[in-house]
Design a protein around this ligand. Sequence first.
Ligand code: BT5
Length: 237
Amino acid sequence: MIGEEIEVLYEVDSTNEFLKRNYKSFHDGAIVVAIKQTAGKGRMGRTWYSPEGGLWYSVLFKPKVHLNLHVYTKIFSIAIVEVLRKLKVKAYIKWPNDIYYNGKKVAGILSEAVSVNDRVIAIIVGIGINVNNDIPEDLKDIAISLKDILKKKVKITYLLDTVNKHAWNLLITYRNETENITKLWKKYLVPKEGDKLKVKVDDQIVEGTVLKIGDDTLYIDVGGKVIGVQSIHQIVE
Ligand code: BT5
């Protein structure tokens, strides 16, 4: 189960970092929730704004057989989107793993592996959802909270519980057929294969068509030449 063991911290630098330091003291499926993070982080050293009112937590996995890191990220992306859709929030996944609503980011996921002597011994999946927190002025164009979408507050414990239960069901159902997780992930994914995109390549904006979607790379046909896009931030539109 996810969340049978739970540690709630009022304030911590980052729940991912906390679990990296303390994973030995927790069992498989344990979660660490913070009321606020002082150094919440995104991918590639980016900052994740995490004041009181949001849902900021990390899940620890210590299975006998590890799945690829992407599988855990996809499972939580799908779980969050499906739980939000039940709340009538038409969320979608923006490649590779951001949760968006109407062009703005509602949630983000940061999965990390803990390795000892090149062997993965634990996986930490960090989840950040803007729930009842305000969005600061400098992020208002790109981020949104559930309370502003629904015009009312959402119970954080309900969200935590339903996302975890749903993620656990997906994991148990599909852990031996991860191609079905990818299929489900693609169902909610934007862009889709065949979509037209504008991409920034060497400071030039070029238009292309998505040929193939990979976990780390989008393959785009730009006038007959195939280019690989590594980060969503190269995508303009
Ligand atoms: C992510 O990174 O989207 C992963 C976020 C994971 C956060 C959770 S919270 C619990 C756990 N503990 C941690 O320390 N982290 C995890 P990325 O795709 O790199 O997006 C980062 C970018 O999103 C920033 O550069 C900002 O532009 C934007 N951003 C920052 N805070 C935001 C927020 N609260 N809501 C929406 N966008 C935000």
